[in-house]
Design a protein around this ligand. Structure first.
Ligand SMILES: [Zn+2]
Length: 323
């Protein structure tokens, strides 16, 4: 099946509010303490993110940083749109981005695996050469193998650069530069790590929409993730239908997550937060929240985005399946 032709789908871009990093540091330092006992926020150059445990496809997150939202949940529910296949290397070329790093949460290329799967997107382009660090996670039949965890994480070959249906990515030059570093330990409030950051920023900045993207590491504790099984044979018409269809698992640290958050919709039908995780021990999927508040230990490096690029938004939209 052919991938979507980017010259034939709507692509719009809107600027985001860009406060000074030092101001964001102050806002988050004051706000996050209602949700975490131990909070430390700073603006600094990220470490080399190509190194473990991050294993990203470029060393940094900055350089013309933008959020990219591709497709959306309406291409997945109530029924799948199998024509919504996107080649991400082709997207970078279409947007004339090289060098580029694209990291975030999306769906894996189902034609590659033969079934629907999660995509932990981690792809770079430099001098026309693709480095594919994306992982995919698929549901495995229960009891298929001894010690089966119910899911399987695997890599993709450099020649497989497709994704499907939807995606939320940070796009940058992949260059080392100043980002927001957030360390948060021991959760004492109800919000998950990303919701706490997004709501703190929204409370302060109001209608001025701020967007961040990048990576966070769960150093200790466990998290609840979901993994999408193959496409539903019956229409999924509510969040309850979607939850019944998804497979939920508890996964163990250390897990590296990649994705985006944005404090408003900007009339672009945005998914306001979306992070997926992968790990060296095979755990990975769509992040919901930690299940071990006492042990929770997060460390994030988040780049401030200058704009949102909205690609091929669903014409008929709805609010189902966005958690
Ligand atoms: Zn997801």
């Amino acid at each position: 099946m052919a991938s979507v032709d980017y010259s034939k789908v709507p692509i719009t871009e809107k600027p985001l509010h860009q406060p000074p990093l030092e101001e964001i540091v102050e806002v988050l330092s004051k706000g996050l303490v209602s949700n975490f006992e131990d909070v430390s926020v700073s603006a600094e150059v990220s470490p080399d993110l190509t190194q473990p445990p991050y294993n990203l496809s470029a060393p940094g997150l900055t350089g013309n940083a933008k959020l990219v939202e591709l497709g959306g949940p309406p291409y997945l529910v109530p029924t799948v749109r199998r024509d919504k296949l996107y080649d991400l290397a082709e997207l970078l070329r279409h947007l004339r981005r090289d060098p580029a790093l694209l990291v975030g949460a999306g769906a894996g290329p189902w034609p590659y695996l033969g079934v629907n799967c999660e995509g932990i997107i981690n792809l770079s382009l430099k001098d026309g050469v693709v480095e594919q660090g994306t992982r995919i996670v698929s549901v495995q039949p229960a009891g298929a193998a001894k010690g089966s965890s119910g899911y399987k994480q695997q890599g993709l070959p450099h020649t497989e650069t497709r994704t499907a249906l939807l995606g939320n990515y940070l796009l940058s030059d992949g260059a080392p530069g100043k980002v927001i570093k957030v360390v948060a330990k021991k959760r004492i409030g109800p919000a998950n790590f990303i919701t706490a950051i997004r709501e703190t920023l929204k409370q302060h900045y109001g209608d001025k929409v701020v967007g961040l993207g990048g990576t966070f590491l769960l150093r200790e504790g466990s998290v609840k993730h979901h993994v999408m099984p193959d496409f539903s044979g019956t229409p999924l018409c509510s969040d309850a239908d979607v939850d019944n269809w998804l497979h939920f698992f508890e996964m163990r640290a250390p897990i590296v997550h990649v994705g985006t958050l944005v404090t408003g919709d900007m009339g672009l039908d945005l998914r306001v937060q979306h992070f997926h995780g992968f790990s060296a021990h095979g755990d990975g999927g769509h992040y919901h929240y930690d299940v071990t508040p006492e042990q929770a230990h997060y460390e994030a490096y988040l780049a401030l985005a200058a704009a949102v690029v909205r690609i091929d938004p669903p014409a008929d939209t709805h609010a189902i399946g966005r958690d």
